[in-house]
Design a protein around this ligand. Structure first.
Ligand SMILES: Cc1ncc(COP(=O)(O)O)c(C=O)c1O
Length: 390
């Protein structure tokens, strides 16, 4: 591809950093992971951060720490990566899907309120593509109905709302460091929280439920004895090689975010006249993290009756872009139409119409911090030509 959907940014510092754990001979979770966690706390303002092997495992740790159980229901947006719902299933509980607001792609707070029943124990709002979900309204709902909140902040590094970083509103925030995200460790995740007991619990659960880490055992007297294992835990640890990589990515975090913001602003300026595309909007008081630049293909107001035709048109545009060497993607998907959920809960596309429209009509453009204005111009020109052919 001439212009890929994203490009992780690595420099000489990352190359050097990943050698350090190899030279030291300690490659499992250790001092570099600890340094990465400290930098993450400093950046986000969360009180605590525990690294995990992915955002999916981070979310799993969070629901396990909150003791999610069979018979419990959890609110989950109907347009998100399937992992948000999967972690609820892992615990034998039920994800109750809630439709999204098509302007923000995030969970609709009003519908969330209407979906709460006596079985609802919590919610997992998602800050999709780097835009914060409506946390004031969701937090008020959580408080009123005594629900816990886990923020799926997979896409929300560098995402702020009213001066607070994503992942600091609820009981937990869970981040991803997959290469499609703003900083990357290959695979990786982070669980943030303000609560010391919850932090201690997820830190143990990621490490088989151990009472102390391997590193603590090796550094203290009596290290010949294993830890004790009071909890049913998992091995969801990040390696120190990844920790070293993440730590360097953190030192350039603001530069990487600024590069994404600049590219996104340029798109918004250059695409302003494309009335067939709804561009991402940022509410006052919010800072978009720009994990992705996702538009909605809407040459006419979309509905369940014209979506099949518009979907075919969007795909034709995407195919033309691909033929020009420019990668585009659908924003994310609707888990509600994936076979597992559609069959298990007998869900039809029209049950969550906005999620379905977003699945069929979203259009994510290439975005990376080192993207040049010339590359953006190439994308914009190709888009204009592609719609001309429609
Ligand atoms: C909203 C959302 N949640 C969870 C995940 C899972 O993250 P990971 O790939 O780090 O497990 C993703 C990944 O794309 C995501 O977009």
């Amino acid at each position: 591809m001439k212009i890929p959907i994203t490009k992780p940014f690595f420099g000489a510092e990352e190359l050097r950093a990943i050698q350090e754990p190899l030279e030291a001979g300690w490659v499992v979770q250790g001092p570099f992971v600890q340094r990465f966690e400290k930098q993450f706390v400093d950046f986000t303002g969360a009180r605590f951060a525990a690294a995990a092997s992915s955002c999916t495992t981070a979310l799993h740790l969070a629901v396990a720490a909150l003791k999610l159980s069979p018979g419990d229901d959890v609110l989950v947006p109907a347009f998100t990566w399937v992992a948000t719902a999967n972690v609820v299933e892992y615990m034998g509980a039920r994800p109750v899907f809630v439709d999204i607001d098509l302007d923000s792609f995030n969970i609709d707070p009003e519908l969330a309120g209407a979906a709460v029943t006596a079985k609802t124990v919590g919610m997992i709002p998602v800050h999709l593509f780097g835009l914060c979900a409506d946390m004031p309204r969701l937090s008020a709902l959580a408080k009123k109905r005594s629900l816990w909140t886990i923020e799926d902040a997979a896409c929300a590094f560098g995402t702020w709302s009213r001066g607070k970083h994503a992942g600091t509103f609820g009981e937990f925030g869970c981040f991803s460091f997959h290469p499609r995200k703003s900083i990357t460790t290959g695979e990786g995740g982070m669980v943030t929280t303000m609560n010391p007991e919850l932090h201690a619990l997820v830190s143990s659960l990621r490490d088989h439920g151990a009472s102390r880490t391997d590193r603590q055992r090796h550094e203290s007297g009596g290290g010949f004895l294993l830890a004790s294992y009071p909890y049913l835990g998992y091995n969801y640890r990040l390696t120190d090689i990844q920790g070293a990589l993440g730590s360097v990515q953190m030192t350039r975090a603001q530069t990487l975010l600024d590069g994404r913001t600049r590219a996104a602003a340029r798109y918004s300026e250059r695409l302003a006249g494309f009335d067939w595309l709804a561009l991402p909007a940022v509410p006052n008081g919010d800072v978009h993290g720009w994990q992705s630049y996702v538009c909605l293909f809407r040459p006419e107001p979309p509905s369940m009756s014209n979506v099949a035709r518009l979907h075919a048109q969007r795909n034709a545009v995407m195919a033309r872009m691909e033929a020009q060497g420019i990668a585009t993607r659908q924003g994310t998907h609707a888990p509600t139409i994936q076979e597992f959920y559609a069959t298990k809960y007998r869900i039809r596309p029209e049950d969550f119409p906005n999620a379905y429209l977003a699945d069929r009509l979203s259009l994510s453009l290439p975005l990376y911090p080192q993207m040049t204005d010339a590359e953006i111009e190439t994308v914009v020109t190709a888009l204009g030509e592609a719609i001309g052919h429609r």
